[in-house]
Design a binder for this molecule. Structure first.
Ligand SMILES: *Cc1c(COP(=O)(O)O)cnc(C)c1O
Length: 228
C-alpha cells in the first residue's frame, strides 16, 4: 500500500519550499493530483488528507472513478488526449480540460457543456518543444486559438498547459517553462487575460514553479510509480 497521506504532506512541504525559493506565494500554486492508473482508494485517501483537485487521462477511467468516489466536493481535471467522439461526457462531468489543441474540440465542448453547469475551464495544450510525436499546438498558433476559444459559450479560457521534452537539471528544465511564461505574457499584451499555467510534473515541478506555474500536475510523487 502506497503511503498517500505521508506523500501528500511531503509534497505540500516541498511546494511551500519551492514557492519560497521562487519568491512566490504558495497560494498561487494549485496541486493537481494525477490518479491515472490508480484505484479510487488513492483518490479517497488524498481527499481525506485535504486534496480536492484530481487529474485523469482517460475518459472512461475518469468517469468510473468519479462514480466510485461518490463525493461532490472534488474537482476533476481532464489531462489526457481528447478525441472528438469522446467530448460529450467530458463536457458533462469534468470541471477542467487542460489539453485542448484544436478549435473543433473546443467547439464540441462548448456545444455539449450543459446550460445549467458552470463554465468549463479550458487550457490550451502547447507543444512547447515542437516535438513531432507530441500533442499540442505550436506556440505561433496559440493567439488565434485563444481568441477563438474565448468567444465560445460555456467555456472559460484559463490559460496554457505543456508537457516538455524530458531534460536533466534545473537550468535546462526551466527553459521550456520560461517560453510558456513569455507566451502567456504576450497573450496578455494582445488583450487575452488568463490566470493559469498548467506545467510541471514529478520530475520538473520545481523548475516550473520558478517560471510561474499555477497548477503542477503530480502523480508519481503522490501515488508511486505506475505500471506501464
Ligand atoms: C501522467 C501525467 C502527469 C503526472 O506525471 P508524474 O510524472 O507521475 O507526476 C502529469 N501530467 C500529465 C498530462 C500526465 O499525463
Amino acid at each position: 500500500m502506497i503511503r498517500v497521506t505521508e506523500n501528500f504532506r511531503k509534497i505540500q512541504d516541498l511546494l511551500a519550499q519551492a514557492a519560497v525559493n521562487a519568491e512566490r506565494s504558495r497560494d498561487e500554486i494549485r496541486l493537481l493530483a494525477v490518479t491515472k492508473g490508480k484505484p479510487v482508494e488513492c483518490v479517497l485517501e488524498a481527499a481525506s488528507a485535504g486534496q480536492r483537485d484530481f487529474g485523469e487521462n482517460f475518459v472512461q477511467e475518469g468517469l468510473q472513478k468519479m462514480d466510485e468516489a461518490g463525493r461532490d466536493d472534488l474537482i476533476w481535471h481532464f489531462i489526457g488526449h481528447l478525441q472528438a467522439n469522446k467530448t460529450k461526457p467530458v463536457a458533462e462531468r469534468f470541471h477542467w480540460v487542460h489539453t485542448v489543441d484544436r478549435l473543433k474540440i473546443a467547439e464540441r465542448l462548448s456545444r455539449q457543456r450543459p446550460v445549467y453547469a458552470k463554465d468549463l475551464n479550458i487550457c490550451i495544450q502547447v507543444n512547447i518543444d515542437e516535438e513531432a510525436a507530441k500533442a499540442g499546438v505550436p506556440a505561433a498558433e496559440v493567439p488565434q486559438l485563444a481568441q477563438a476559444i474565448s468567444e465560445l459559450r460555456g467555456l472559460r479560457l484559463r490559460g496554457l498547459m505543456c508537457i516538455p521534452a524530458i531534460r536533466q537539471g534545473f537550468t535546462e528544465q526551466r527553459k521550456p517553462f520560461a517560453k510558456m511564461r513569455m507566451l502567456s505574457e504576450s497573450l496578455r499584451e494582445s488583450g487575452i487575460n488568463t490566470d493559469t499555467l498548467s506545467m510541471g510534473m514529478t520530475a520538473d515541478y520545481v523548475a516550473a514553479i520558478h517560471e510561474g506555474a499555477t497548477i503542477v500536475r503530480i502523480g508519481t510523487a503522490l501515488f508511486g510509480a505506475r505500471e506501464s
